[in-house]
Design a protein around this ligand. Sequence first.
Ligand SMILES: Nc1ncnc2c1ncn2[C@@H]1O[C@H](COP(=O)(O)OP(=O)(O)OP(=O)(O)O)[C@@H](O)[C@H]1O
Ligand SMILES: [Mg+2]
Length: 124
Amino acid sequence: MPGIRQKFMKLMSIVVKPSKVEAVKSAISSVGVSGATILDARGFGSTKGHTDSYRGAQYQVDTNPKAMLQVACKDESVNDIIEAVRSVANTNTIGDGKIFITELLDVIRIRTGETGEGAINGEY
Ligand SMILES: Nc1ncnc2c1ncn2[C@@H]1O[C@H](COP(=O)(O)OP(=O)(O)OP(=O)(O)O)[C@@H](O)[C@H]1O
Ligand SMILES: [Mg+2]
């Protein structure tokens, strides 16, 4: 039907404590994620890095080690991935992390030239 476009794929940037990476990898794999890019990162949130040990003045901003998993997925997979991440990374304490979601315009598999959703999953 004209005027209705397909929903964009999504790029999820999942920031978690480094100790949670292995569990998050397993959890997202179990809901069908077939690939991820994992970056070592440092960051701060609303507690300005004072998550583990408080030191220094209130206005001082420290950073804590974090890991970021970048996952490209179909729009329809987003909620499953959010739940999978939260089920293992939520300790109900500050610094558990965040998930950022943006629209993803395209994906290209370099080997075959496939594009779009077909380039995310597929045969191996
Ligand atoms: N506004 C932001 N923009 C980009 N990255 C952010 C932002 N807020 C947090 N992050 C990233 O997420 C990581 C984890 O943030 P964190 O869990 O401490 O968020 P928070 O909002 O302080 O929540 P909490 O109260 O659970 O600590 C940060 O170390 C940083 O890498
Ligand atoms: Mg915080």
